[in-house]
Ligand binder design. Structure first.
Ligand code: SF4
Ligand code: SF4
Length: 392
């Protein structure tokens, strides 16, 4: 993510056409021009670059009320990097929540997280989250898992924070399904957060640290791909990393090499094909497409393909599979009401399909959709690979 002043030309590329307006989940809720991408970047320019508008509490609030979902970027004919502009604007606004920064630092280090994170989560009102995996997934996985039979591919597995701390079942399913289908999985020790949460808060230096550490770990590996089961980690590792590091950064070649090999895990397996017949699951399945999907053209096609391979499974598409669920990474934690109202139509859409299983590749979407559906609904939200593994 460049500095805001370096994004001035990017802001000026906006033709003010407003094609992006209807794609913005915040605008769809509050119908305010300032919530859409055009309004938002005009506001950033006036308040923080031209300084023709005072940086009032309302200006801060509007800059904060963006999920960084990239739906505007994906709709914009000029692909204006609205998420980068908003994140850079946040970096220009001091007094970020110090407890959040401390939590991000712990996630980045992945050291002593279980010990201190409880109090930090309480301070941030995160107590509704699932209990933390103890020990975290990465500490439980071996350095490599080889299939019993012939090896058709070898991948390195990037373990995202959502799966590492909250949903280890997804990572366990990945290892199980990949090795059952002839794929060796290498899990390098010492992985850090992908850096996207730090970037979203405008903390570029912290994000760079994470990128450099992960690039050093993954670049030397002799693998066919680096897979991730989180679409937001994938967006960070494939797209954001190279723009984040300065051109003269010694870690840039390694980061670029890793970025070139990042593949979403469901997509990797769907392209490779299954060697082993999945077990029968007589359920109705649907699929919520995470917002951070635009880094791979095939990412959103893979889960329906995988569901079609499971005997007994009946796939019913959502009416609006790409509509935002309102989670926005950690956005829902600080904007509960807004996120819940964005989620409302998505929940109605899911319920109308009659599905008992909702597939999605984003841990934040999974948590927030499951919370909205409730456990009493009997609907389970899970990663496509966990479904393939038999709902483990
Ligand atoms: S951000 Fe893109 S779609 Fe939106 S007004 Fe500007 S040019 Fe048009
Ligand atoms: S990133 Fe998402 S929430 Fe932010 S302006 Fe774009 S569409 Fe709206």
């Amino acid at each position: 993510m460049p500095d805001l002043k370096d994004l001035a030309a990017e802001i000026d590329r906006c033709s003010q056409c407003n094609f992006c307006l209807a794609a913005c989940p915040v605008y769809r809720e509050d119908r305010l021009e300032s919530s859409g991408a055009r309004g938002r970047i005009n506001l950033v320019k006036a308040a923080l670059l031209d300084q023709t508008l005072p940086v009032s509490g309302r200006v801060r609030e509007l800059i904060d009320r963006c999920l960084l979902c990239t739906n505007c970027v994906q709709t914009c004919p000029a692909s204006i990097r609205v998420d980068d502009i908003v994140a850079a604007a946040r970096a220009n606004l001091p007094n970020r929540n110090p407890a959040e920064r401390m939590l991000l630092r712990r996630l980045l280090d992945r050291r002593a997280v279980s010990g201190v994170v409880g109090s930090l989560l309480k301070g941030l009102n995160l107590f509704n989250l699932p209990s933390l995996a103890n020990p975290p997934l990465q500490q439980r996985l071996p350095a490599a898992v080889r299939p019993d039979g012939p090896v058709s591919a070898r991948v390195a597995y990037f373990v995202g924070c959502g799966v590492n701390y909250l949903y280890p079942d997804t990572g366990e399913a990945l290892v199980k399904v990949f090795s059952a289908n002839g794929v060796e999985v290498v899990i390098p020790a010492g992985q850090q957060c992908c850096g996207l949460p730090a970037l979203a808060r405008g903390d570029k230096e912290m994000a760079r640290e994470a990128v450099r550490a992960n690039a050093a770990l993954f670049a030397p590996l002799d693998v066919d791909a680096v897979v991730t089961d989180c679409t937001s980690c994938g967006y960070m590792l494939k797209v954001q990393v190279t723009a984040l590091l300065p051109p003269d950064d010694p870690a840039l070649p390694a980061a670029q090499a890793v970025a070139g090999r990042i593949v979403e895990a469901t997509e990797f397996l769907a392209a490779l094909g299954l060697q082993r017949q999945p077990r029968t699951q007589a359920v109705t399945v649907t699929y919520h497409v995470p917002c951070h999907r635009h880094w791979s053209a095939a990412l959103a096609d893979a889960p329906p393909k995988i569901a079609a391979l499971v005997p007994g499974a009946r796939f019913v598409p959502l009416r609006e599979p790409r509509r935002c669920c309102g989670a926005g990474g950690a956005f829902f934690l600080s904007h509960r009401e807004l996120s819940a109202s964005i989620r409302g139509p998505k929940i109605e859409d899911i319920v109308a399909t009659g599905a008992q299983v909702v597939l999605t590749q984003c841990p934040a979407c999974r948590y927030f959709l499951q919370e909205g559906l409730g456990t009493e609904s009997g609907v389970r939200v899970m990663h496509p690979l966990a479904f393939l593994a038999g709902g483990c």
